[in-house]
Design a binder for this molecule. Structure first.
Ligand code: MD3
Ligand code: FE
Length: 200
């Protein structure tokens, strides 16, 4: 694996995946999924999203940003489940995660190649947890051009991007329908734990 990438296939047990899914279903009940939109074009994403944590990532025609409240309800985001905070610590990530973005992929949803640059610090890693159907993940380098590789992220896999990998281009090409029975209606949930602001 490239420098700064730490991949932990099967890091979350089947039992813990079930518990985590129940906690994320509760997050979604309090902070309903919304459809982000591309700035300027207002084109909808095919991925549905919500957040937990003190800050959440949103996208609308005016831009991409982190904010303290849900774009539709105006309510603060629910807290990040303790087992995710514990995972963050167990991986040696610094401080506490401020944001947990919840991405839901149903059907033909995908996420184009992009960098994550909306945070005010890139010092902390991003930790990703996959639940449900396998996602075909595309991983490139720190420039948009150049070679990419494909990696399958299955339910229970954890992957962490720090150091020079923090600013790599990445995306989800497609979801492999029927590859997991975790989500009752199929599909894939990805959780990303992040720091938004520098520590101290
Ligand atoms: C590498 N999520 O939320 S997870 C995202 O599966 C995002 O939903 C994808 O890209 C998903 O921004 C990919 C793996 C991932 C997440 C964040 C990263 C890789 C990353 C941030 C920086 C570098
Ligand atoms: Fe990303």
């Amino acid at each position: 694996m490239s420098d700064g990438v730490a991949y932990y296939p099967g890091r979350i047990s089947a039992t813990d995946q079930r518990s985590l899914l129940a906690e994320i279903e509760q997050v979604i009940a309090e902070a309903p999924l919304f459809v982000p939109r591309m700035p300027r074009t207002n084109q909808p994403f095919s991925v549905e999203m919500t957040n937990c944590g003190s800050l959440g990532w949103v996208a609308d025609r005016t831009g991409y940003r982190y904010q303290r409240t849900h774009p539709d309800t105006g309510e603060p985001w629910p807290p990040i489940p303790q087992r995710l905070v514990a995972l963050w610590r167990s991986l040696g990530a610094p401080g506490e995660p401020e944001a947990c973005l919840v991405n839901l992929y149903r059907g033909t949803a995908k996420l184009g190649l992009h960098q994550d640059r909306d945070e005010a610090t890139f010092d902390a890693p991003v930790v990703s947890v996959s639940l449900g159907d396998t996602g075909v993940f595309r991983i490139g380098g720190t420039t948009r051009r150049g070679p990419t590789r494909s990696l399958r992220l299955a339910s229970g896999d954890v992957i962490m991007f720090g150091g020079e990998a923090r600013l790599i281009y990445h995306g989800i090409d497609r979801i492999i329908a029927g590859s997991s029975r975790l989500l009752p209606d199929g599909g894939r949930i990805n959780l990303t734990l992040r720091r938004v602001n520098p520590l101290s």
